[in-house]
Design a protein around this ligand. Sequence first.
Ligand code: NDP
Length: 312
Amino acid sequence: MTAPIYIVYYSVDHAMTFWQAALEPLLPGIKLVTAEQPEAQDAEVMITWNPPEGMIAGLKNLKGVISLAQGVDHVLNGKTFPAHLKFARLIDPYMSEAMAEWVTLTVLEYHRDAAAYREAETRHDWIRLPPRIAARTTVAVMGLGAIGSVVAETLTHLKFNVIGWSRSEKSIAGVTCYHGDDGFEACLKSADILVSILPLTAATENIYNAKHFAQMKKGAAFINAGRGKQVVEPDLIAAIDQGHLRGATLDVMVTEPLPADHAFWDHPKITVWPHVSAQTNPESASEQVVEAITDIRAGREPRNSVNIARGY
Ligand code: NDP
């Protein structure tokens, strides 16, 4: 009989059985347990999305943690992460593809005036708006990492003029890449559609605020799939209500789930998505989770290690 390998699980409750089913064939003996079960104290690895403060530090046998997401802010930000632990995150090509699909959908909605045509349809009105040329439409992709680089590259296939922004210098075929503070401003000023896929760190929190919305082109659209706390939400509403921005499509919010009385829900120029643009999928991610579990248990640095000092 295979000896049990206890792994602590803390994430969405109902997904625990999916993860157990996806991981078991790849790592016989694996047994996901909650932090409250006595076996958790034997566990060397925890897999998680948003552990409460103190939970990780309370697991005395732990050698490392794996984020069940590409973002790590729910594990790190405002929480203690013991320095001796290894920390890996997901980098799942299927999530990049899913995000590229969602961004394509939302960018094309603006590019092809989908909202105006749907609204005209409700009035049985046969309107025809002036067409736009993709090559003369600048789409700025903020964040050119595992996901953003795939998104930017995908948009080049639709012939958009794609520009992008990252912290370090990058080179992506067909994409004009900017970095640093000057690069941020250049992207704000030239984007007809701005798509943000940045991690939430001290440097990116509240980065989309009144000052920066004012630097954007009049009539530009704002799309955010990074994290809600990067946006000062009242400033976004003001920029739209003042007619400066055309509208916004948001997959992430400061408070999730979005409270029922939040102004975003009924705003005619804001489209709300419930954080589904690129969902973690145990089916596609289980192989790399097992690889990271194996590395951490063996004392090796996992492949997709998180730079904790940098925050992503
Ligand atoms: P990566 O770490 O691979 O990429 C992050 C990118 O952002 C990098 O290009 C990085 O620059 C850039 N960046 C980070 N900080 C700054 C900064 N201060 N200034 C300029 N650029 C910066 O992350 P992923 O692509 O895997 O994911 C990005 C984020 O997307 C996640 O952290 C998460 O918040 C969000 N996400 C949202 C999902 C959803 O369903 N809505 C699903 C999955 C992820 P550099 O390359 O120089 O390091």
